[in-house]
Design a protein around this ligand. Structure first.
Ligand SMILES: Cc1cc2nc3c(=O)[nH]c(=O)nc-3n(C[C@H](O)[C@H](O)[C@H](O)COP(=O)(O)OP(=O)(O)OC[C@H]3O[C@@H](n4cnc5c(N)ncnc54)[C@H](O)[C@@H]3O)c2cc1C
Length: 449
């Protein structure tokens, strides 16, 4: 048995141990981690012991909850997995959820909805709460409710010397500022407290059009979004679905366009807002209606994995009709681009408004976000997809915003791209916080970590 195991309630495994592969597996099926050691932590005390052991043995520390953010295989050091730490409790009176490091959004939605409350989640319920909040989090209600990290109230963090620190606006406010979007290198978060919202009514879902109407839908949506109210969040995904059994029959093997809308209000008002979008082209699947908040993940219908996954993304400046023509001339049913889909999300509204006291999140000024999902074939990930994405980025260069958000990068970035995930002053201030909580660089984070 490994010497560390005696101090750990969870598990300690080396690559040759049974159960190692399952312990390190995550959403991205193309990534197989082979750290020197994995510690499946069951408590904050386990995390402390793991971090202290790693620091003593000069092992870089990384953390994985669900592996939705695993873009590169970890090949050294100590990996802390948090899946065992998945408790969620809700205080309905204060409208606060207390969430352990390994919990997914689905668990918070399930715990909050019986009280008529909801967390501001991302598009996929299987994403981890803590990893998501650390990068900001732009979800289906982004324009009405802002970055999910705006609702972070406090975090318990294990620092590089194994201390447990409570970060909040009144306790280590600088670390708290950094945790709201600064993403990595800030310690291991063992638990957070996040604000919930009262969401009695939600009109939300998607309209699916045949891909032949892609340009008309994109043009119409771009036009419509220029004067869309701040409390409506929409997105458009152009999808080339493979002819596989896992794909729903009605879209299997087809090129389609899905237009999603989420409006936190009465269905009658939602219907009125959506009327011009329904009229853009013949709607094949109309799944836009009053939606119980517990079903928020149905708006985008993201896969829960595991899947081989490679992506590229950016934030965009305001879009125009030329963008619609450019995009649809590059990505259409017979386009040679090796992409499964391209998604555009409308930002602005509450996304642009910082919280009191400020936060480290990058990308508030983006008008839209674009995300390209590569074909799920790992043999394309090293060269073909990065080359195709670079060519695509060049073709839409005129609309790419200078800054992005770390979640939109979706692959291992080069230093310049990594730095663009935060405004310059934020990047510098984050580096100072990282130096303070981790002077020896125990937490491996950054472009080449
Ligand atoms: C299908 C899918 C849908 C998505 N939808 C959205 C979306 O709508 N909006 C959006 O903004 N993003 C979205 N993302 C991106 C996602 O939010 C990020 O990849 C996020 O990092 C995932 O967090 P995780 O904990 O689930 O993943 P993991 O891969 O387990 O963790 C990712 C990273 O988070 C950090 N981390 C996780 N746990 C801890 C911890 N306890 N302490 C310290 N650091 C930690 C680490 O740096 C780790 O490498 C999506 C991704 C996928 C694959």
């Amino acid at each position: 048995m490994h010497e560390l195991a005696a101090q750990i309630e969870g598990v300690v495994l080396e690559p040759s141990d049974p159960g190692f592969a399952a312990e390190v597996a995550g959403f991205n099926a193309a990534v197989s981690h082979t750290p020197t050691l994995v510690v499946g932590a069951a408590s904050a005390a386990d995390v402390v012991a793991a971090v202290r052991y790693a620091a003593e043995h000069s092992l870089p520390v990384r953390v994985q909850a669900t592996g939705h953010g695993a873009h590169v295989a970890v090949a050294d050091g100590l990996l802390i997995t948090t899946t065992r730490m998945d408790a969620v409790t809700v205080d309905p009176r204060r409208r606060v959820a207390t969430v352990q490091a390994g919990a997914r959004w689905a668990a918070v939605v399930a715990a909050a909805s019986p009280h008529g409350l909801a967390p501001i989640t991302g598009s996929a319920a299987s994403v981890g709460v803590v990893g998501y909040l650390l990068g900001g989090g732009l979800g289906p209600l982004a324009r009405s409710h802002g970055f999910s990290s705006d609702r972070l109230l406090a975090a318990t963090v294990v620092t590089a010397d194994g201390d447990i620190v409570d970060a909040s606006p009144t306790g280590d406010a600088e670390l708290f500022w950094a945790l709201r979007g600064g993403k990595g290198g800030l310690g291991v978060v063992t638990e957070i407290r996040v604000g919930l919202v009262d969401l009695p009514q939600l009109y939300a879902g998607s309209l699916t059009f045949d891909g032949a109407h892609a340009e008309a839908v994109l043009r119409g949506w771009i036009d419509w979004s220029a004067s869309a109210p701040d409390d409506v969040t929409t997105s458009v995904a152009l999808m080339r679905f493979p002819d596989l059994d896992v794909v729903p029959a009605e879209v299997r093997g087809r090129f389609v366009v899905a237009l999603r809308l989420a409006y936190p209000g009465a269905a009658a008002d939602g219907e009125r807002l959506a009327a011009p979008l329904r009229a853009l082209a013949p709607v094949e699947i109309d799944a836009l209606d009053a939606l119980p908040i517990a079903d928020v993940a149905r708006i985008h219908g993201d896969p829960s994995g595991p899947l081989p996954s490679w992506g590229w993304g950016a934030l965009l400046t305001p879009l125009d009709q030329e963008f619609a023509s450019t995009l649809t001339s590059l990505f259409h049913p017979s386009a040679p681009l090796p992409f499964l889909g391209i998604e555009l999300r409308h930002l602005g509204g509450a996304v642009a408004l910082d919280v009191e006291g400020g936060s480290a999140v990058g990308g508030r000024e983006g008008a839209f976000a674009i995300h390209v999902l590569g074909a799920p074939d790992p043999s394309l990930f090293a060269e073909v997809l990065p080359r195709a994405a670079a060519g695509f980025a060049e073709a839409i260069r005129a609309w790419i915003a200078p800054a992005t958000n770390i979640h939109w990068i979706s692959h291992l970035p080069e230093a310049v791209e990594f730095a663009s995930a935060w405004p310059e002053a934020t990047f510098t201030r984050l580096a100072e916080v990282r130096r303070r909580v981790d002077p020896a660089g125990v937490f491996a984070y950054g472009p080449h970590a």
